[in-house]
Design a protein. Structure first.
Length: 455
């Protein structure tokens, strides 16, 4: 699921899309300390025994290495490296450990280790029991992929998954059963996505309700800290509370894209993204709000506050509800909270929506999920139209009633079995409980649009 919004030119020097992405990060079995191993499915029995033994050794090595982070044992973390990897690799790996510790990374568990390749069996003479042979750099390395989970202490209530590609030294002297010196790491590279601890120059700051992970100057960290605090106050004033939040501000747009598993081109007009694993019926417990540097720089101060408040609204709602609501309600509500303290005429805030109405006529129904697809070309209008619908509800029913309606639609309302999985149908039930219905809302919403286009 992906939702985009636009910050208007009055708040920025350019139109900047702001998506809220429900990540496809795997969470199945994520909290389990047990691991599974994917082993080669073909080959002679002897080869399978070697692969199984090596996979078990690698799993043991990685389990101990991840445990070293929780224990705060830097030496153990580095001891997993091959003796001859060089100081550059050791320094880089030491910095990763330091960042993980500063972030409060905990509850690290191996989920699986997949062997991607095996070196050819060694023909070297086995080492004697009293000799520890050096790694032979001429021997091909075993390549493997680690899937693991972690939490950020004090912030995550559920685990996040990360994936690392590994090259492991083929130790000289192992016999046909896999006995001999254990494997050691030659490389440790993020696969699929970067993690915040992979960012060079990362600064870490914890406040009472925010964890800020920022690449750049102290001034940049100070600004995000201040604006995150402002956003938290805005969200709490409407939703009732702001959930503890994790903010990630990388140094480049490419790093932001890699943190999110997206392409750099897709981030060209994206200022911020809320990302995290979601499971049906369970509140989100490990969201990250990622700032994209270039679009962020183009925003005015007010525009930055709007962006952060919009994203924190999503993160706080996701962390305290269990059911998806229609896009018009989710995005309209986040816009309502974000623009709550912005002194702009409504006509300016929803200008793209009014332009669309002038060109195509008034809408007959509330924005559908397809309207929030960037390819549809109606993105800015969809956000403006959604804001007008939610403001109409708030103006007529009251903000407290709007929040109650949202909470009921997002999991607080016991819905008939026939409505489960139908966000619009469940929202219709919540509208009736709030003293209105969809037909009435649409009629009042269309009247509001008409007043803005004719006055």
């Amino acid at each position: 699921m992906s939702r985009l919004r636009l910050v208007l030119p009055a708040l920025a020097t350019a139109l900047l899309a702001v998506p809220v992405v429900a990540s496809c990060t795997a969470t199945s079995g994520a909290g389990s300390p047990s691991s599974t191993v994917d082993r080669p499915a073909a080959g002679a029995t002897a080869s399978l025994r070697v692969s199984a033994a090596r996979a078990d050794e690698i799993t043991a090595l990685l389990t101990d290495r991840l445990g070293a982070v929780t224990r705060g044992d830097r030496a153990a973390w580095l001891s997993a490296l091959a003796p001859d990897v060089g100081q550059t690799v050791r320094t880089a790996q030491g910095l990763i450990f330091d960042r993980m510790r500063a972030m409060g990374v905990t509850d690290l568990h191996v989920v699986s280790v997949s062997l991607l390749s095996e070196p050819a069996p060694s023909t070297a003479t086995p080492a004697t029991a009293t000799t520890t042979p050096p790694t032979d750099p001429a021997m091909p390395a075993t390549r493997a992929r680690l899937t693991a989970t972690y939490r950020l202490a004090g912030f995550d209530t559920s685990p996040r998954t990360f994936v690392v590609d590994l090259a492991l030294a083929a130790q000289q002297g192992s016999d046909a059963t896999g006995a001999g010196p254990g494997p050691r790491l030659r490389s440790w590279d993020p696969a699929e996505r970067l993690q915040p601890w992979d960012l060079d120059g990362l600064r870490v700051r914890r406040t009472a309700d925010a964890l800020l992970l920022v690449v750049g100057s102290e001034a940049r960290l100070d600004e995000l800290t201040r604006r995150a605090r402002t956003a938290a106050g805005q969200v709490a004033a409407v939703w009732g509370r702001s959930e503890p939040s994790v903010w990630v501000a990388p140094g480049t747009d490419d790093d932001a894209a890699r943190l999110l598993g997206r392409t750099g081109a897709s981030m060209a007009r994206v200022a911020a993204v809320t990302d995290g694993p979601l499971e049906p019926g369970v509140p989100a417990g490990a969201d990250r709000i990622v700032i994209v540097p270039s679009p962020w720089v183009g925003l005015s101060g007010v525009g930055r506050d709007v962006v952060l408040t919009h994203e924190l609204t999503h993160a706080s709602v996701r962390a305290s509800t269990t059911r998806t609501v229609p896009s018009w309600l989710a995005e309209g509500f986040a816009e309502l909270v974000a623009y709550r303290s912005v002194a702009l005429p409504e006509r300016e805030v929803v200008a793209p929506a009014l332009d669309l109405v002038s060109a195509q006529g008034p809408p007959s129904s509330l924005p559908a999920a397809a309207d929030f697809d960037p390819a549809a070309g109606r993105l800015a209008a969809a956000y403006g139209l959604s804001l007008l619908a939610v403001r109409e509800l708030a103006d007529r029913q009251g903000t407290a009633a709007l929040v109650r309606l949202y909470r009921e639609a997002a999991g607080g309302l016991a819905a008939p079995a026939a409505s489960l999985g139908d966000a619009e149908a469940i929202t219709d039930l919540a509208l009736v409980r709030a003293g209105t219905d969809r037909a009435t809302l649409v009629r009042q919403w269309r009247a509001r649009i008409a007043s803005l286009t004719t006055s």
